[in-house]
Ligand binder design. Sequence first.
Ligand SMILES: Nc1ncnc2c1ncn2[C@@H]1O[C@H](COP(=O)(O)OP(=O)(O)O)[C@@H](O)[C@H]1O
Ligand SMILES: [Mg+2]
Length: 219
Amino acid sequence: MYVEFSFGRTPALRGANLAVEAGEIFAIMGPSGSGKSTLLHCLAGILVPGSGEIRFGGARIDSMSETQRSLLRRERFGFVFQFGQLVPELTAVENVALPLLLNGVRRAQALRSAHGWFERLGLEGLQSRRSGELSGGQAQRVALARGLVAEPEILFADEPTGALDSLTGEHVMELLVSTAREQGTTVVLVTHEPRVAAYADREAMVRDGRVTAPQRIPS
Ligand SMILES: Nc1ncnc2c1ncn2[C@@H]1O[C@H](COP(=O)(O)OP(=O)(O)O)[C@@H](O)[C@H]1O
Ligand SMILES: [Mg+2]
């Protein structure tokens, strides 16, 4: 895929040419303001690039309608952001169940699937808490469960450890990587921290909106 994107007259992406392979953990690195989030949002069908093309499988995401893109995001992509962004009115387990409920899974079954993630991520006993009653690391693990519960083909993670101290961040990254590998989920991970990018199979570097793509994995 190749993309360019501008916010009005601010060119946030000046040309990115990269391919993420199925099943890999791919990091997008670069300093703050370099265009990493813009690139992630273009890849995930949240923003439509000003020019260029984005393919997912055989389909062109950039030429889809807003409805098609939101369906694609809901059914086939998962998301984790820097500040968890849990719905504060919902309990932790309801937050995790949310993507399933949005995909039409019955409430009882969605909650049952969601419950399974609490043990898996070391969150036993926290199911009924609201986001204000969770530590940063706990909230981010709940957000990770929510991103993975619907078994997405791609998990998009934008600075998923950016708000955590380094030890908690490493714990979250270990869980993210191990659960994604178990499920065969492709991960596109944005970070400015080399320690976080070290969990990836490959990394691309963004500077001033220009992306240096990595070598393809030799096959
Ligand atoms: N909604 C927006 N409106 C206008 N400019 C934006 C917006 N979002 C980001 N930008 C600008 O685009 C550039 C890239 O931003 P971003 O992709 O968020 O960088 P990063 O994620 O690497 O910190 C920056 O110069 C930023 O100020
Ligand atoms: Mg960003």
